[in-house]
Design a binder for this molecule. Structure first.
Ligand SMILES: *Cc1c(COP(=O)(O)O)cnc(C)c1O
Ligand SMILES: [Zn+2]
Length: 424
């Protein structure tokens, strides 16, 4: 079995498995040998591993190991295990969005509370294969939390670059607690991202942002697992929040490979949803521009997608083209109201995750998605990641947002009369 790391710009393959860019500056793709995989993988094989307690198949990533990293031996796999996240349906969500057949795949159920664990188990395992000791990333929070946990699990040192004062406390506390060296950069995510690229190259740290092609390979498993949960009959749409565009990139690659391997016979349309204040990919796609139109000072309450210069935009654009997909944007008001609906249905998510549901609603309202189509929204992160945003929404304390679904606590005297008055 051969695996190539191939440049998406100049098509050359690289020998050096450690750097994340081609000599020409282009991003790298893991190119699986699909011809040799064709006879080896099947729906039956993957289904037979469902519910397995055997390492590494109890992981929702490594159950698909042939399509993630066929080179890894079992000793090299570092797994919590991750994945096996649930699909939720709720009438209230369906009514709010205006689509009956809508399900939410809750990636916040991963070990550190976001889908980043799927990319990280893959990235850290490859780091182990390459015998790296120090790993690094820039992060709006969840990548840092995930990297810190997986590095400690693997006995590696981790260094995380985060924009000072701009990440949610749940995530910062995780990175510190799991033992990462936390560098707070006086700047935004994009500053942190360029600094980590320069430093990792200079200081020989293995870079584990989604610019690392193995992160993308791991995140493909969101789609593999989703399609398996749909009994290998894909929905019409997959809707995903979009920041640095790793997921959007991974989803297109996953669908391409599933179709090539004849494991599915139709590819869903992917809708990639950005926040209005951090919408470089939307502007670029909408305007059909030749290069990325970066946003200088991205602003949104959804800190996980507060990114002005997304690294993976070219791979993401490939996904949109391949799947006949589209890019949409939603306001913070729409994000937080959608979050209140997801939360109030007992499902719960962090702000960025609700962009998928808000986006599905906007596309339904515009008639782009038909009310009879089937839609899967990706819920990217756990509700506990950012309690400040949730509480301030319900207390009407968010600037420029008037909560449509606020659920404010009441302060009462400690008497039964006071309780009766509130309850009746
Ligand atoms: C990282 C992250 C995103 C953005 O995903 P990209 O792959 O960078 O586009 C969205 N939501 C949450 C919760 C995240 O952690
Ligand atoms: Zn190149």
């Amino acid at each position: 079995m051969e695996i190539k790391l191939k440049c998406i710009e100049c098509d050359k393959s690289t020998e050096d498995g450690v750097t994340c860019r081609c000599k020409c500056g282009g991003l790298l793709d893991v190119v699986l040998d699909l011809d040799s995989l064709r006879g080896k993988v099947s729906k039956e094989l993957f289904n037979s591993r469902l519910g397995s307690r055997k390492f590494p198949y109890m992981s929702g990533v490594w159950r698909f190991r042939e399509l993630i990293n066929p080179l890894l031996s079992e000793r090299e796999i570092v797994s919590r295990p991750e994945g096996n996240t649930n699909l939720y349906r709720h009438e209230r969500v369906g009514q709010y969005v205006g689509i009956k057949n809508i399900s939410l795949k809750h990636e916040g159920e991963n070990p550190t509370g976001s889908f980043k664990d799927r990319g990280m188990t893959s990235g850290i395992s490859e780091a182990k294969r390459l015998r790296m000791n120090v790993v690094a990333c820039a992060s709006t929070g969840n990548t840092a939390a995930s990297l810190a946990a997986y590095a400690s699990l693997a006995g590696m040192k981790s260094v995380v670059f985060i924009p000072e004062g701009m990440i949610a406390f749940g995530k910062l506390s995780q990175a510190m607690a799991y033992g990462a060296k936390v560098l707070q950069i006086k700047g935004n995510f994009d500053d942190a991202m360029s600094l980590v690229q320069e430093s990792s190259h200079e200081l020989k740290m293995y870079l584990l942002n989604s610019i690392n092609p193995w992160r993308i390979e791991g995140q493909k498993s969101i789609i593999f697992e989703l399609i398996q949960q749909f009994d290998w009959e894909p929905p019409d749409w997959v809707v995903v929040p979009a920041g640095n565009l790793g997921n959007t990139s991974a989803f297109g690659k996953a669908f391409y490979e599933l179709a090539e391997l004849e494991l599915i016979d139709k590819v869903p349309r992917i809708a990639s949803i950005q926040a209005t204040g951090a919408d470089p990919f939307y502007r670029t796609w909408k305007g059909n521009l030749p290069g990325l139109k970066a946003v200088k000072n991205p602003e949104t309450i959804a800190t996980a997608i507060k990114i002005g210069n997304p690294v993976s935009w070219k791979k993401a654009l490939r996904t949109i083209k391949l799947t006949n997909g589209l890019v949409e944007e939603v306001t913070d008001q729409e994000i937080m109201d959608a979050k209140a609906i997801v939360d109030g249905s007992g499902i719960g998510c962090e702000p960025a995750s609700a962009a998928s549901v808000a986006g599905a609603k906007k596309l339904r309202d515009a008639g782009v998605i038909d009310k009879n189509e089937s839609v899967a929204c990706i819920i990217t992160g756990n509700i506990l990641k950012d309690p400040d945003a949730t509480i301030n929404y319900h207390l009407s304390k968010l600037k420029e947002i008037s909560p449509r679904f606020a659920n404010k606590p009441t302060v009462i005297e400690p008497t039964i009369e006071a309780v009766r008055k509130e309850i009746s």
